[in-house]
Design a protein around this ligand. Structure first.
Ligand code: COA
Ligand code: ADP
Length: 532
C-alpha cells in the first residue's frame, strides 16, 4: 500500500506517454482520439485491478478539454476506482501534460468512466472499495449519486430537449450564405481487427471513441475548411459490445453551427459480414469543435442549412444541447469564484431558481408567490402524508412516529428510477417551526434519519436526502412567497446543473403542481390553523 512517499490507492494505475508525431492530428497536436485510447486503457486496467477479471467500458461522462498537447510533451494519466457497485465501478481519471524542458505541468481534463466486470459463467459481485483519504471518501460518497444520475441521463436529456424552448431563425436566414449540412456528411467503415480488441475479443471502448472522433473531425473540417479543435464531448454510452470481425459503420454530420462553435453528431452501428442487413446501434455522441486562429482565438463559422426532417430536428436539438451546456458551464464556473452566487433561473418564469455555493455544498432553491395564506401553506406542506397529491416522487408516505407536535418521522417510498428495477425508500424527519418574530418565515425542514425499526429492506433501495425544506413568507393577505430548498454536494454539480440550469421541466412541473395543490386546498381550514 505504501509507495515510499505515503499512502497510494491500491486501484491506482498510472500511464505516461511521450507525444510523438505519429500521435498528432492535422494541427500537430496530440489527437483527442489517441488520448481517449490511453484514457480508456488506463481506466480499464484500474477497473480490472480491482475486479480481478476482464472489464468493459459502459460509459464515459462528459469531457471538457482545457489544453491541447504538443509533440515532445508528456501525457500523465492517473486512474483509480472511486466506488464499486454490483458489477460496475466508477473510475476517476486525471490527465495532465508536462513540458520536459520547462518542467511546467497543465491539467488537460478529468474524466469519469463506468466499467462493468464480466465473468464467463457467474454474474460478478464486486468487492466494495474502502476509501481512506478525505478526497477518496468524498468521491466515494458522491459516486453513488453520480451513478443514479448517469442511469437517468438519457431520460433527463430527452426531457430537457422536449421542454427547452429555443427560438430558431431557420426561416428568416438568408439561405444563399449557408453551407448545406449535407456537404459535411461522412460515412466510414472500420473492420475490427485483433489489435483493436481486448483479451476477450471485444473492441476497446477507447478505439471506438477514437474512430468516432476521426469522422467527427472530418465533418467539422468540411464546414469550416480549416483544422478544427475538439473542445468538448458529451457522454459516451456503449449500448452493446462489438467483436473482432465486426464491421463498424461510423456516420457523422454537422448538426448546427453557432457563431464560434459547431456541434457534430456521430453514430456507430456494427454488423457481421454475413448479416449486413442487421445493424446494431452501439454508440452515439455529440462533439463541440471550434476553429482557432494563430492567436488561439475562435474564428467565426459559416451558418449551416440542415436538411428538412431529421436534419432540422437535430439542428434544433443541437441548439437546446448548447443552451444546456452553457447554463451548466455558467454555474460550474461561478462555483470557482470566492463569492457565493445567486443566479436567477429565468426571470420570465413565475417560478425562479437560485443556486448558492457554500463551502462543500451547492444549494439551490426555487421560489414562487402563491395566492394562499402563509399559515395554511405551512400546514398543508408540513403534513408529508399529503405530498403524494402533488409530488410524483412520493409514492406513499406513512407516519412512523410523531416525535412531538412539530416533529414527525415518516417512511416514504418513491417509484423506481430509470435503469433501476427496485423502488427507493427514505426515512425522513420533518420539522416545522412557526415564525418567532414578525417578518420571520414559517419553516419546514426535511432530512434523512436512521431508525432501528426501519432498516433497509431487500424490497427497496434506501435513499438519502441531505437537507431540504420550505420557507413561507407572508407577503400580504392571502399572498405567500414559498421557497423550496435542496442541498447537493459538488461532485454531483454537473448532473444537478443539467437538471437545474438546463431548464428541466422536472423541477418546474413539480413546483407548479405544488402551487396548484396549495390553491386547491386554500380553504381547507385545518383545526389548528387558528392557533398559528
Ligand atoms: N452508464 C453507466 N453504467 C451503466 C449504464 C450506463 N449508461 N448502463 C448500465 N450500466 C451498469 C448498470 O448500472 C449495472 O451496474 P451494477 O451491476 O453495478 O448495478 C451494469 O451496468 C450492468 O447492467 P445491466 O442492466 O445488467 O446490463 P446492461 O444490459 O445494461 O449492459 C453493458 C450493460 C455495459 C454490459 C452493455 O451495455 C454492454 O455490453 N455494452 C458494451 C460494452 C462495450 O463493448 N464497451 C466498449 C468496448 S470495451
Ligand atoms: P439523433 O438522430 O437523435 O441525433 P442518432 O443516434 O440517430 O440520434 O444519431 C446521432 C448523431 O449521429 C446525429 O445527431 C447525427 O449528427 C449523426 N448521424 C446519424 N445518422 C447519420 C447519417 N445517416 N449520416 C450522417 N450522420 C448521421
Amino acid at each position: 500500500m505504501a509507495d515510499g512517499e505515503g499512502y497510494r490507492n491500491p486501484t491506482e494505475v498510472q500511464m505516461s506517454q511521450l507525444v510523438l508525431p505519429c500521435h498528432t492530428n492535422q494541427r500537430g497536436e496530440l489527437s483527442v482520439g489517441q488520448l481517449l485510447k490511453w484514457i480508456d486503457t488506463t481506466a480499464c486496467l484500474s477497473a480490472e485491478r480491482h475486479a480481478g477479471c476482464p472489464c468493459v467500458t459502459a460509459s464515459m461522462d462528459d469531457i471538457y478539454f482545457e489544453h491541447t498537447i504538443s509533440v515532445g510533451q508528456v501525457v500523465n494519466i492517473k486512474a483509480k476506482v472511486n466506488r464499486a457497485f454490483n458489477s460496475s465501478m466508477e473510475v476517476g481519471i486525471q490527465v495532465a501534460s508536462e513540458d520536459l524542458c520547462s518542467e511546467k505541468q497543465w491539467n488537460v481534463c478529468k474524466a469519469l468512466a463506468t466499467f462493468v466486470a464480466h465473468r464467463e459463467i457467474t454474474k460478478v459481485k464486486l468487492k466494495q472499495i474502502t476509501p481512506r483519504t478525505e478526497e477518496e471518501k468524498m468521491e466515494h460518497s458522491v459516486a453513488a449519486e453520480r451513478r443514479r444520475m448517469r442511469l437517468v441521463y438519457a431520460d433527463t436529456i430527452k426531457d430537457l430537449l422536449a421542454n427547452c424552448a429555443i427560438q430558431d431563425d431557420l426561416e428568416s436566414r438568408d439561405c444563399s450564405h449557408m453551407v448545406p449540412a449535407e456537404k459535411t456528411r461522412v460515412e466510414s467503415v472500420e473492420l475490427v481487427l485483433p489489435p483493436h480488441a481486448n483479451h476477450q475479443g471485444n473492441t476497446f471502448g477507447g478505439q471506438i471513441m477514437a474512430w468516432m472522433e476521426n469522422v467527427a473531425t472530418i465533418a467539422a473540417s468540411r464546414l469550416c475548411r480549416a483544422h478544427p479543435t475538439l473542445k468538448a464531448i458529451e457522454m459516451f454510452h456503449f449500448r452493446g459490445p462489438s467483436q473482432v470481425g465486426d464491421r463498424l459503420v461510423l456516420k457523422a454530420i454537422v448538426n448546427n453551427a453557432f457563431k464560434h462553435s459547431m456541434e457534430v453528431g456521430v453514430c456507430v452501428e456494427a454488423y457481421r459480414q454475413q448479416a449486413e442487413t442487421h445493424r446494431r446501434h452501439i454508440n452515439s455522441a455529440f462533439m463541440t469543435f471550434v476553429v482557432l486562429d494563430a492567436d488561439d482565438q475562435p474564428q467565426l463559422l459559416p451558418w449551416i442549412r440542415p436538411q428538412p426532417g431529421d436534419g432540422e430536428r437535430r439542428y434544433r436539438e443541437a441548439s437546446a444541447r448548447k443552451k444546456i451546456r452553457l447554463d451548466r458551464k455558467y454555474i460550474v464556473s461561478c462555483k470557482q469564484t470566492e463569492v457565493p452566487l445567486s443566479v436567477p433561473w429565468d426571470p420570465s418564469n413565475q417560478v425562479r431558481l437560485y443556486t448558492l455555493e457554500d463551502d462543500k455544498f451547492l444549494s439551490f432553491h426555487m421560489e414562487m408567490v402563491v395566492h394562499v395564506d402563509a399559515a395554511q401553506a405551512f400546514l398543508l406542506l408540513s403534513d408529508l402524508r399529503r405530498r403524494p397529491e402533488w409530488d410524483k416522487h412520493y409514492r406513499s408516505v406513512e407516519l412512523v412516529q410523531q416525535v412531538d407536535e412539530d416533529d414527525a418521522i415518516y417512511h416514504v417510498t418513491s417509484p423506481a428510477l430509470g435503469g433501476h428495477t427496485k423502488p427507493q425508500d427514505f426515512v425522513i424527519l420533518a420539522s416545522r417551526r412557526k415564525p418567532c418574530d414578525n417578518g420571520d418565515p414559517y419553516v419546514i425542514a426535511l432530512r434523512s434519519v436512521t431508525l432501528p425499526t426501519h432498516r433497509e429492506t431487500p424490497e427497496y433501495r434506501r435513499g438519502e436526502t441531505l437537507c431540504s425544506g420550505f420557507c413561507f413568507w407572508r407577503e400580504g393577505d392571502q399572498l405567500t412567497k414559498v421557497s423550496y430548498y435542496n442541498q447537493a454536494t459538488p461532485g454531483v454539480l454537473n448532473y444537478v446543473t443539467t437538471n437545474v440550469a438546463g431548464l428541466s421541466s422536472e423541477f418546474y412541473t413539480t413546483f407548479k403542481a405544488c402551487e396548484q395543490f396549495l390553491l386547491d386546498n386554500r380553504n381547507d381550514l385545518a383545526p389548528s390553523l387558528q392557533t398559528l
